[in-house]
Write a protein that binds this ligand. Structure first.
Ligand code: ZN
Length: 214
């Protein structure tokens, strides 16, 4: 569902541009809103969320999909934890649909999906590991890397129930905005993927913006 934001970029308390292959780990407190902006279009932002008061409680695709009765994420979607707690709500979305089934790229999956020689290419799972290694104060480790959201990525389901990785439906300037319902850690990998048509084989920067509670 397309829904425009009411927030102005001029009032954002944080603006950070993440280049292709770059990553971000930070905290958002309950009531704050953040936006992920697809600056040039067709980028994928592979994202994980954790409850700040207990990192063992984190975003769960299965709980989210079951409770909303839909496999796609868009405005109105409530993102739930593995304890079925409402963690975040998508409050604005100008892309219209986001994937939470396709998983993140890894050096291993790149070799299976594309070619053995892709093994050495930078992947989202590496970016997440770099982010948590640089900020040990968050207490995250490799075991905390679980199923994620691929913002802006288009993974349509066929009539037979199959997953397809299709060309992106995002475009330059499209964004998704989420309001935190509890204190959350946000872990983003701006996908460096060069093999997947989701970003038109051209990884580009995204911007991360945060607003304080109104
Ligand atoms: Zn990726």
């Amino acid at each position: 569902m397309i829904k425009e934001s009411t927030l102005s970029v001029d009032t954002a308390m944080l603006r950070e541009e993440l280049g292709a292959g770059d990553y971000y780990l930070g905290k958002v407190t309950a009531g704050q809103t953040f936006r992920i902006l697809d600056i040039e279009g067709n980028q994928a932002a592979d994202t994980l969320f954790y409850c700040a008061d207990n990192i063992a409680e984190r975003y769960s695709a299965t709980d989210t999909i079951r409770e909303q009765g839909n496999v796609y994420l868009t405005a109105g979607s409530v993102l739930r934890s593995n304890e079925n707690r409402a963690m975040l709500e998508i409050v604005a979305d100008t892309c219209g649909r986001h994937d939470t089934l396709g998983g993140a790229c890894a050096t291993e999956s790149n070799t299976v999906r594309y070619d053995l020689e892709k093994r050495c290419m930078h992947a989202c799972r590496d970016s997440w590991m770099l982010a948590i290694a640089e900020k040990p104060e968050y207490g995250l480790s490799k075991r905390d890397i679980s199923h994620n959201i691929n913002f802006f990525m288009n993974v349509p389901i066929t009539e037979a129930g199959g997953l397809t990785f299709a060309d992106g439906i995002s475009a330059a300037g499209k964004y998704v905005e989420l309001k935190a319902l509890v204190d959350v850690y946000v872990l983003i990998s701006n996908c460096p993927q060069l093999n997947n048509p989701c970003n038109a084989y051209n990884p580009t920067p995204i911007e991360y913006l945060v607003w304080d509670a109104a």
